[in-house]
Design a protein around this ligand. Structure first.
Ligand SMILES: [Zn+2]
Length: 152
């Protein structure tokens, strides 16, 4: 599977081939909808009905920028539903209830500095175990103080 985002190493080749040409064999590619998989937090998520370009000759799959964006959005939704995770808005509201910045919450959970902002923007999704920890912070008084005693 290739992501055809209009930039990067494929730019030179695209200038030579027509827009719908397969990057592998040069055959015209066809519009298709079908099952594609995308890893979310290390797990392969199957997304049915994903629009993409397919080569009828060599079966190469190419995602246009918008295809890739939709696939990722859908895969995150499926992952969130599968594990019954808190929504992006719920994470923000838990954080704000305790007057924490995104960076402070990240530090308490020993996450990378930008992780919380990615969750709250819906660009990424928390693992099921991190989701549980967020619920503990929300529901168990004193848990935040406990985390603070271990914070770096
Ligand atoms: Zn091909």
């Amino acid at each position: 599977m290739k992501t055809n985002s209009g930039s990067g190493p494929q730019t030179k080749r695209r200038a030579v081939l027509p827009d719908d040409a397969c990057p592998e064999c040069g055959n015209p590619m066809r519009e298709k909808k079908g099952r594609l998989t995308l890893p979310v937090n290390g797990e392969e998520i199957v997304v049915a009905g994903s629009p993409h370009l397919n080569c009828p000759k060599c079966d190469e799959v190419v995602l246009r920028f918008d295809d890739a964006r939709k696939l990722r959005q859908r895969a995150l939704e499926i992952y969130r539903q599968t594990y019954g995770l808190l929504s992006a808005e719920e994470i923000r509201s838990i954080r704000e209830r305790f007057w924490l910045t995104q960076a402070e919450l990240a530090r308490l959970l020993r996450l990378g500095a930008n992780t919380i902002s990615r969750w709250e923007a819906g660009r990424n999704v928390q693992t099921a175990s991190m989701d549980m920890l967020l619920r503990v912070i929300r529901d168990l008084p004193g848990s935040l103080d406990y985390l603070r005693t271990y914070a770096a």
